[in-house]
Design a protein around this ligand. Sequence first.
Ligand code: AMP
Ligand code: ZN
Ligand code: FE
Ligand code: FE
Length: 281
Amino acid sequence: MGDRRPFGYDLHTHTTASDGTLSPAEVVRHVWAAGLAGVGITDHDTMGGVKAAEEEGQRLGIQVIPGIEISTEYEGREVHILGYYCSSDSASLAGVLEELRAARKQRLERIVENLRGAGLDISFDQLVIAIGNEAVGRPHIARALVKLGFASSVQEAFEKYLLRGRPGYVPRHKMDPLTAIRCIREAGGVPVLAHPGLVGDDSIITRLVDAGLMGLEVWYPEHTPEQTAHYESMAESLGLIATGGSDFHGKGEREAELGSVRVPEEFVIRLAEAGSLRLEN
Ligand code: AMP
Ligand code: ZN
Ligand code: FE
Ligand code: FE
């Protein structure tokens, strides 16, 4: 791509459908305000936010790319698979997502039990009522802990209570990335490996390609310039579509701001073509 800098599309964001703090419509309004051409809505384990985002996108002239992020584990490592342009009619994908969301809820119940066991006076009901999201996660607990005065920030709540080795830690449902890739492909979607720099083992990538992986999230706020260059050339040599995004979860959370990553349109066109959908301009 010569000396062209990424701009235009932020392909990795979360909304209140999962663990973001802004509603899908609010995210799209922020996308508009950030001067982006489009946004990928990639909530954890649900596409429940896509429709509302699309409606607001139509109103504001923002291209909304439907997506999903599935957390998986491979050889003890966290491997997150993004899926773009999945059909919401796919029974096998919908079944898997439903199972993952049910497991998330059970996990949250166990986290609350553990925290109560550690002496924190919190109740699940209090949290569940406050939550109401389709896909729940540790950030919901972290925010509740901040609100109740057990931590001064979401980051601190994670560090004190929710990270591995801490009193509230409960392992997530262990899904295999190969299964996630297969389900996304079966749903007509485009599977992309999220933030490869955080995975910590590049040899996994070629194995995921053999399983049907079609893209690599090259541009990511936590990637160093060296990692970005490395994954850019890796995407090219493996024939993967380069993507990128901020992993926005809302204002004031630890993730980067919307538009801090701007993917050029040419890559979004490749993504859309791979999903056999057309970019409407
Ligand atoms: P879960 O899916 O429930 O395991 O929660 C994972 C989510 O928690 C990630 O998508 C991040 O948004 C957030 N997260 C993970 N680690 C941290 C951390 N150290 N501080 C703040 N947020 C975190
Ligand atoms: Zn998240
Ligand atoms: Fe992720
Ligand atoms: Fe994410």
